[in-house]
Design a protein around this ligand. Structure first.
Ligand SMILES: NC(=O)c1ccc[n+]([C@@H]2O[C@H](COP(=O)([O-])OP(=O)(O)OC[C@H]3O[C@@H](n4cnc5c(N)ncnc54)[C@H](OP(=O)(O)O)[C@@H]3O)[C@@H](O)[C@H]2O)c1
Length: 290
């Protein structure tokens, strides 16, 4: 099986290259190899003759997307359309990574795959367009909605918190947005499992349990032995970011469970594993925060 991974240098992409290595001949494409905003992208992708494309490339800075809707749509909507068109030409399946931000977070209960999306921000709308392109063009597809990703590679909330603590900064973190922090490594293993089982369709896949960003930060500090007094809670209104975020975007992993697959480990356990992995990475590179 030939597998092409887009966004191969992103925090999930790096883990996908690792997790899928045993499942076939893997080609990881960086933005320099395959820019999805390039009109030739579909041809280029089809020329690689993939059996599956795992499309992890995206514009993921939610506030930047809000300030630059055209740029967000160019990558997440039109770019995904090109990737899906490349899959159509190659007769390949497409695994598309989507987001909890397709929901407005107003229900106050976990969302299942049956719930109707209603994105609050440009990022969510652009990713939903990517879902639609995937469904309409790819000969077979898997759409995975996940949330609050972090990993040892790339920029993410965990590393930002650790960096601020290291620099002696105070942390003000919102306590009125609840979701499921998800370890990129566990998600990449889940993608590999879905592909190895030949499963298709829409899946919500996150680490188990839920928390607010404040509770997440608190656990990062506790597990890394940092001073909890440096942390205080604020509201989203006080933070006043350009993009609105859903208040409660927990994803029920209903289709995943219905397929007989074991739930991913709970987020605090996954976080502890990530911090341990980060310590290993950092001790080999000599850095405090990667
Ligand atoms: N991060 C989250 O919290 C989160 C939550 C839910 C869903 N997701 C989804 O999960 C997937 C993986 O996210 P991630 O956190 O791994 O993102 P990431 O670390 O930001 O990685 C995204 C990758 O996409 C690449 N990229 C950006 N524009 C591109 C273009 N025009 N053509 C080709 N590649 C391009 C980036 O390359 P450069 O580094 O060169 O810019 C980067 O390597 C995305 O589809 C995202 O929407 C993420």
């Amino acid at each position: 099986m030939r597998i092409v991974i887009t966004g191969a240098e992103g925090q999930l992409g790096v883990e996908l290259v690792r997790a899928l290595a045993g499942h076939g001949e893997v080609t990881g494409c960086t933005q320099a190899d395959l820019d999805v905003t390039n009109p030739g992208c579909a041809d280029c992708l089809a020329g690689l003759r993939p059996d599956w494309v795992v499309h992890a490339a995206a514009a993921t800075d939610v506030d930047k997307c809000e300030r630059d809707p055209e740029g967000a749509m160019a990558v997440n909507a039109e770019g995904t359309r090109r990737v899906a068109e490349g899959c159509r030409r190659a007769g390949a399946g497409l695994v598309y990574l989507s987001t909890d931000y397709v929901f407005d977070g107003q229900e106050g209960r976990p969302y299942t795959e049956e719930d109707a999306p209603a994105p609050l921000n440009v990022y969510g709308r652009s990713k939903l367009e990517g879902e639609r392109a995937t469904r309409s063009l790819a000969p077979r597809w898997v759409i995975i909605r996940t949330a609050w990703l972090y990993g040892t590679h790339g920029r993410n909330f965990v590393k930002t918190v650790l960096g601020k603590v290291r620099d002696g900064e105070r942390l003000q973190v919102v306590d009125d947005q609840v979701g499921s922090p998800t370890y990129a490594r566990d998600l990449a293993d889940a993608v590999a499992l879905l592909l190895s089982r030949g499963l298709t369709g829409l899946y919500h896949v996150t680490s188990g349990g839920a928390c607010s960003w404040y509770e997440f930060a608190r656990e990062i500090l506790r597990l890394s032995g940092s001073d909890l007094n440096s942390l205080s809670r604020i509201t989203s209104a006080e933070l006043n970011r350009p993009a609105r975020r859903p208040a409660y975007s927990v994803l029920e992993n209903a289709a995943w469970r219905a397929a007989g697959l074991a739930p991913l480990r709970a987020w605090p356990e996954a976080l502890a594993a990530m911090l341990a992995a980060l310590r290993t990475v950092n001790s080999s590179t000599g850095r405090l925060v990667n």
